[in-house]
Design a protein around this ligand. Structure first.
Ligand code: MRU
Length: 355
């Protein structure tokens, strides 16, 4: 396994999407990157729910972290006698945050942790402080998990390899360093990854607007391709691994991720390219048996009909805009988490690691 000492985090981890100022949550507005770098301040849990829904903050771990801070904000605006009273009063805010997006399980996972943190507050203890401590812990644990996954995932990649990634799974989508992008950062740092390709990731262009910008901030060279160029890229032999993140990993290893992931997994298997999913255990949902049970978010068809606010499709045309899909477990070579790696995942191997 690669040594931590070989990764210079000051060089390979610059961007932070979420800043807690003590009385507001500042989110790096991912709708306007890369040409406008501006933070949006959320001062209430409603603001945070709206920012999650609008994709101001996005990426499964990042929306979980933002939601946790949303609960802290909600706690500041209420008077409660004790933690149990606070828990009752906070429930509508928790539910509103949970409803902001349906597919990434990290959202419900983070809110469940906030509920448990409140339930564990002893009489006389400050429940607001307990909520803030839990938010900080969720954020710190995510960063540590990403760094661990970076090392574990990079170790699977042979020196001199090319990789293709999809969507944005980097610092922008997490507390820092990233999941799939963390593996790529670690792989570049130790010379295993020589070529990085990123898909545009239509319709929201997370790859074109965010991933190649974020890698550029760290001085990592990446080549952008159209989504439709992926199979051809694989055929040319320039990539040995597809490395992606996840929004929900089921008990049998089926993985929901950004729309287009499924077709990448099929094309990878056809071309003998390996397929790696990188996600913290907060993305693992052992309560969902398999992929067809996952709710797939469908967004406004306007995202397909217009480009940068300007309509580019003839009036009257209908569009369908599912924004996630499910890669079945038998197309996945490795699921990398901070708790360990599941190779050729299935229900038994998932159970062996996650119980
Ligand atoms: O719609 P988005 O941009 O939130 O979708 C993000 C993805 O699908 C990511 O691949 C996933 O959340 C993992 S981010 C570490």
């Amino acid at each position: 396994m690669t040594q931590d000492a070989s990764i210079d985090y000051d060089r390979y981890d610059h961007v932070r999407p979420i800043r807690w100022t003590g009385d507001a949550l500042e989110l790096l507005d991912q709708r306007v990157l890369p040409f406008t770098v501006v933070h949006e301040a959320c001062r209430s849990s409603e603001d945070v729910a709206e920012a999650i829904h609008a994709l101001t903050v996005r990426g499964a771990p990042a929306i979980g972290i933002a939601a946790a801070w949303g609960v802290v904000l909600a706690g500041r605006s209420l008077e409660a006698g004790d933690a149990a009273d606070a828990a009752r009063q906070l429930e509508p805010a928790l539910q509103q945050l949970n409803a902001a997006r349906p597919t990434a399980v990290n959202l419900a996972w983070a809110l469940a942790r906030m509920r448990r943190a409140l339930a564990a507050v002893a009489p006389g203890q400050d429940w607001r402080e307990a909520l803030e401590r839990e938010s900080r812990a969720i954020e710190a644990e995510d960063l540590a998990a990403n760094r661990a996954m970076g090392r574990a995932g990079a170790a699977l990649i042979a020196p001199g390899s090319g990789v293709l990634t999809h969507c944005n799974t980097g610092s922008l989508a997490t507390a820092g360093f990233g999941t799939a992008l963390g593996v790529i950062r670690a792989g570049v740092a130790d010379g295993r990854v020589e070529r990085v390709f990123a898909t545009e990731t239509r319709p929201w262009n997370q790859g074109a607007r965010l991933t190649v910008w974020e890698l550029g901030q760290d001085g990592i060279d990446a080549t952008l391709i159209a989504d439709s160029a992926a199979a051809h890229l694989m055929k040319t032999g320039q990539v040995q691994w597809v490395v992606v993140g996840a929004d929900r990993i089921c008990a049998n290893g089926d993985t929901a991720n950004k729309i287009g992931t499924y077709q990448l997994a099929i094309a990878a298997r056809h071309h003998g390219v390996k397929f790696m999913v990188v996600a913290p255990s907060s993305t693992v949902d052992m309560a969902t048996a398999s992929g067809e049970l996952i709710e797939i978010e469908e967004r406004d068809p306007a995202e397909l009909l217009a480009f940068r606010g300007k309509r580019v499709v003839a009036e009257g045309v209908r569009a369908w805009n599912p924004v996630f899909d499910v890669a079945p477990h038998d197309l996945i070579d490795a699921i990398v988490t901070e708790q360990g790696v599941v190779e050729r995942p299935d229900a038994a191997r998932m159970r062996a690691l996650f119980g």
